[in-house]
Design a protein around this ligand. Structure first.
Ligand SMILES: Cc1ncc(COP(=O)(O)O)c(C=O)c1O
Length: 376
């Protein structure tokens, strides 16, 4: 069996789950290892605590491997939003972001602006369909702009930004701050095009909450003031009292306190599993499932608002049905788990989504269409 087939074989949740963009049911390996780590912490022995403490370095190394970065440039965070806070609170000048971003970007930018007494100002853009294309960013650029903050994959539409093209537009002198929550581990991207990449383990990595991370490139570390630097973010290595050491000249300056070692373990295992399967192979398998979901919606006459080209999407297919509430109810009644929000229904398979789940979707959309026809 190939590494990908091994990985796909670990998806043991019930058929019907199509909500990976919201939450990833925990993988068997994450479940096993967290129990083992909890047992070690329960012993209270220093050697056992130290063993679990090694999870921090393991997670940093694995994330760095996937990003093509150095392990000490990666910080562990309670959430991806915490990572964005470290980045955005330390920037000044104008920062371009879309008003349609997940609030981890938009709200954090607004709060950082207020805290800076407007030394930082949001430069809001409202591109058509919420798609932050390189052209939409280019239009908003001027000499005041110091950074662009963007989701690699938009949580609503599933639109995937071309990071390389965005870097070309942004140029070498501005920061590119990327929220990779909806892409890390399922998209084989060139993250080196960015300066800051944040993500977390509780969706596509199947590793549960508390597992955020943030990577800061050398350029990011030169330009982002470590405003939220805490007791782990200093030049000191141990506990210091009666002294106020300066922020470290490394990425650890963007940390507050010691990470949750159980969360670090879960994250390390989640990342290890996708690394072993191969992110490119996962991306390809997921693309096949996304094609199937799009074809199923097309067959049943339901509008798809997500991009269709594989390079412009990842794992999200957003539908704009004529009767969204009725479709949401039909899917829930059939045992299909999706995100229904406003007028849209978001379907998010993973590489390990089984044929039975895709068949259930097809059957439900078919029955839904026939029911509308009968009623009309
Ligand atoms: C694009 C995006 N960014 C950020 C978040 C929130 O991440 P966290 O809970 O790690 O702060 C989400 C959650 O759905 C998301 O979709």
């Amino acid at each position: 069996m190939s590494a990908l087939e091994d990985y796909v074989g670990t998806f043991d949740n019930e058929p019907g789950y199509l909500n990976w963009a919201a939450f990833g049911p925990l993988s068997p390996s994450v479940r096993e290892e967290v129990f083992a780590d909890a047992d070690l912490l329960a012993s209270g022995r220093p050697s056992s605590l130290a063993l679990v403490g090694e999870r921090i370095g393991q997670a940093q190394e694995l994330i760095a491997e996937l990003l093509g970065a150095a392990p000490d440039e990666v910080t562990l965070q309670p959430s991806s939003t915490h990572g964005l806070m470290h980045a955005l609170y330390g920037v000044s000048g104008a920062v371009i972001a879309s008003t349609a971003e997940f609030p981890s970007v938009s709200l954090t930018l607004e709060r950082a602006s207020t805290a800076s007494d407007r030394a930082l100002t949001p430069r809001w853009i409202t591109p058509p369909d919420g798609r932050v294309t390189p052209d939409a960013v280019a239009e908003a650029l001027d000499d005041e702009v110091t950074a662009v903050a963007v989701s690699h994959v938009d949580f609503r539409t599933g639109y995937r930004v071309d990071l390389g093209a965005l870097r070309d537009v942004v140029g070498p002198d501005r920061l590119l701050i990327v929220d990779a929550v909806q892409s890390f581990g399922i998209v084989d991207a060139d993250y080196a095009a960015a300066d800051v990449v944040v993500g977390h383990g509780y969706k596509w990595l199947r590793a549960a909450r508390g597992s955020g991370f943030a990577w800061f490139s050398p350029r990011a570390r030169e330009r982002i003031a470590p405003v939220l630097s805490g007791i782990t973010g200093t030049t000191a290595s141990g506990l210091v009292v009666d002294e106020l050491p300066a922020p470290a000249p490394s990425a650890k300056a963007y940390t507050v306190s010691v990470p949750d070692t159980l969360a670090a373990g879960r994250l390390a295992i989640g990342v290890r599993d996708v690394r072993d399967a191969g992110v490119a192979a996962i991306e390809q398998r997921l693309a096949d499932h996304v094609d199937t979901v799009i074809a199923t919606a097309d067959r049943h006459g339901i509008e798809v608002v997500s991009p269709r080209e594989p390079h412009a999407r990842a794992g999200i297919v957003t539908l704009a049905p004529e009767e969204p509430a009725r479709l949401a109810a039909a899917l829930a009644n059939a045992g299909l788990v999706v995100t229904a929000r406003g007028n849209s229904v978001r379907i998010a398979p993973h590489a390990g989504t089984d044929a039975e789940t895709l068949r259930m979707l097809d059957e439900t959309l078919d029955a839904f269409g026939r029911e509308s026809f009968t009623v009309a």
